[in-house]
Design a protein around this ligand. Structure first.
Ligand SMILES: [Zn+2]
Length: 280
């Protein structure tokens, strides 16, 4: 399946997609887009208030190293019965999370698909802003190595500024959080709300790069991460089909939605018609 015509250069394929309010609006004039984004954010916030069951919010669907007001970089929020999970931390994740109205105290875990900056660059700032906004220090992070070292390095670099705010706001300083490095496909974590598994995907030269599947009690959500088209993605779906009650009704591979932002960016960057090495 890995050839030019089948390649899917998108950091996030979504299967089992939830009725998803999205904060990302594309393909409209800038002023109108800004207006639409505000409207979308307000709508998402309203829909999340007192929502029943699992909700997915696409906080950012932009891609690549281009700062873009209309489309934030990659980030997603999943919410189920008051528990919140973030997948990827591109620029904008903190503000867009706040705009959903979901309190930072609800944030339980952060997942990173891979270490391209448009997926992880706001990971540290999310923790710090989250901390002063009520995030529990029991929040955990999951992602490919070297996430533990990156977290440690970030906390070291931010130690002085964390200390200033701790003093200003009379708070306990933010300590480094628990980090779990995920080098391979397999079980990632399970709590009373969700069971998460990972899958290795192909996104050269980034190794390892992951996709994730989240099985909530009422529905499942799968993210491919950035990858070429991959049989393993279909298998991730099929595993759900075979493995039990949550497999019922889970969309088939053909239902996976894709976008091609990464392709477009790479083609522009290379003068058109050619893809960056990571997108071949
Ligand atoms: Zn990438």
């Amino acid at each position: 399946m890995q050839n030019a015509t089948h390649f899917v250069c998108r950091r996030t394929l979504l299967t089992g997609i939830v009725a998803a309010p999205t904060l990302a609006i594309a393909a409209a004039p800038t002023a109108a887009r800004a207006e639409n984004i505000d409207a979308a954010a307000a709508r998402a916030k309203a829909e999340l208030k007192d929502a029943k069951g699992t909700k997915l919010v696409l906080l950012g669907t932009g891609s690549g190293p281009i700062p873009s007001l209309p489309r934030r970089m990659a980030s997603n929020l999943m919410v189920h019965n008051g528990a919140a999970y973030v997948l990827d931390c591109g620029i904008g994740v903190t503000n867009e999370y706040a705009r959903t109205g979901i309190p930072f105290s609800a944030l339980r875990s952060i997942f990173i698909t891979h270490h391209h900056p448009d997926h992880n660059i706001e990971y540290g700032p999310l923790l710090i802003i989250g901390w002063v906004s009520g995030m529990r220090q029991s929040v955990r992070a999951y992602g490919p190595p070297p996430l533990a070292q990156m977290t440690e390095d970030y906390f070291r670099s931010a130690k002085a500024t964390i200390g200033f705010w701790a003093e200003d706001f009379h708070m306990s300083p933010l300590r480094t959080i628990e980090v779990y490095e995920i080098p391979n496909s397999g079980p990632v974590m399970q709590d009373d709300t969700v069971n998460v598994t990972s899958i290795l995907v192909q996104h050269p030269p980034v190794k390892p790069a992951l996709g994730y599947r989240f099985d909530f009690p009422d529905r499942s959500i799968a993210f491919s991460g950035d990858t070429v088209a991959l049989e393993a993605i279909a298998q991730m779906d099929q595993r759900g089909q075979r493995s039990g009650p949550r497999g019922d009704g889970f969309p088939r591979y053909g239902d996976i939605r894709t976008t091609t932002d990464c392709c477009c960016w790479s083609r522009r960057r290379n003068g058109g018609g050619r893809y960056g090495s990571h997108a071949r």
